[in-house]
Ligand binder design. Structure first.
Ligand code: ASP
Length: 329
């Protein structure tokens, strides 16, 4: 009898404890960590840091910090979040890599469809084709001629297999039918440093990273990867690759927010509500638009639609990657 009583007291205490933790989320004495699976100072990091600032208020004033766990085209950071406690205190901000990794890696330590709770799409970001400042070309036509004259000698930076720069680079080489030497980094922040220094020749990277470098004339910019020219004042004169002769060339990078699978539904709702508030924050919108990004307002800000979208992207990019025959173990 006494044992039975003890057990029921334990059951009540446990349910109260679990109920309280969901109710109190986010607790003021805890910190929400957003894992960025690329190097600090790069475009994914930029989006995450701007978002962290705008999430703080709708999350009740809790601290939101960034953890850069970079490497292997975002798969190391994503694996870390897939294995983290599903309590809403460890989140992942990742880009299109969520849809390219399943086809690119033969052995992935997590399942994109099954190991995450989907919290909403954050933004869409165009990419730019940029080059080291010393490259002897001043417009896309001259660049195309230079590439033709330097086949076999061109170094193309990327942020690892599955990264946005890798995907864009693959598509660019296949559109041109030219092979370039891939030079992988832990993110495009270190890649752009080497581009400015002349250690690599070309890089395809998000405008959230390249805009300040283009404005500062630290790199040469040749084209955008969208089918329409961009509205951002410093980028509006860049031609599209499509109008430059690579018909239908289009890559737009999206970012989404994730939590480990099993995060309680009410915590997922609280984070999604906070994300929706952050996406309406004029400060966040202003910062992102200044860098060429478009903050999400469509149905993909709903968790179920975010997941549906990622699954369709896995299918789309999986077919492109399989056709290109690129894999990593
Ligand atoms: N822009 C990088 C990429 O190519 C990622 C980063 O460094 O944020 O995926």
């Amino acid at each position: 009898m006494k044992q039975l009583l003890n057990l029921s007291i334990l059951a009540i205490a446990t349910s109260l404890a679990f109920g309280a933790s969901a109710q109190e989320y986010p607790s003021k004495d805890k910190v929400v960590t957003i894992v960025v699976p690329f190097a600090a100072g790069g475009p994914t990091d930029r989006v995450a840091r701007d978002l962290a600032e705008s999430l703080r208020k709708p999350l009740g004033g809790v601290s939101v910090v960034i953890d850069n766990t970079a490497g292997a085209g975002s798969s190391i950071g994503a694996a870390k979040v897939a294995r983290a406690a599903p309590d809403g205190y460890t989140l992942l901000l990742n880009h299109i890599g969520m849809s390219t990794m399943p086809a690119l890696y033969r052995k992935l330590a997590f399942s994109v469809p099954n190991d995450f709770e989907y919290l909403g799409i954050v933004n869409d970001v165009p990419m730019t084709l940029i080059a080291r400042p010393s490259i002897p070309a001043n417009n896309y036509k001259e660049l195309a001629t230079w590439i033709g004259q330097n086949k076999g000698k061109i170094n193309l930076g990327n942020a690892g297999l599955g990264s946005a720069s890798h995907l864009c680079g693959l598509m660019y080489q296949s559109a041109l039918q030219v092979d370039m030497t891939p030079v992988p980094y832990k993110g495009t922040a270190p890649a752009i440093t080497d581009l400015i220094g002349g250690q690599i020749d070309l890089l395809c990277d998000q405008t959230t990273n390249t805009t300040p470098q283009i404005e500062g004339k630290k790199v040469k910019a040749f084209a955008v990867t969208t089918t329409k020219r961009l509205a951002t004042p410093s980028l509006k004169d860049l031609p599209t690759l499509d109008e430059s002769g690579l018909k239908n060339f289009q890559v737009t990078i999206w970012h989404g927010l994730y939590a480990p699978k099993g995060t309680p539904a009410d915590v997922v709702k609280k984070i999604n509500d906070a994300l929706k508030a952050a996406l309406k924050d004029p400060e966040f919108i202003k910062k992102q638009e200044g860098l060429g990004a478009v903050v999400a307002t469509d149905k993909r800000i709903e968790p179920a639609e975010h997941k549906k979208f990622v699954l369709s992207e896995i299918e789309k990019w999986g077919a492109v990657i399989k056709a290109a025959g690129t894999y990593a173990d």
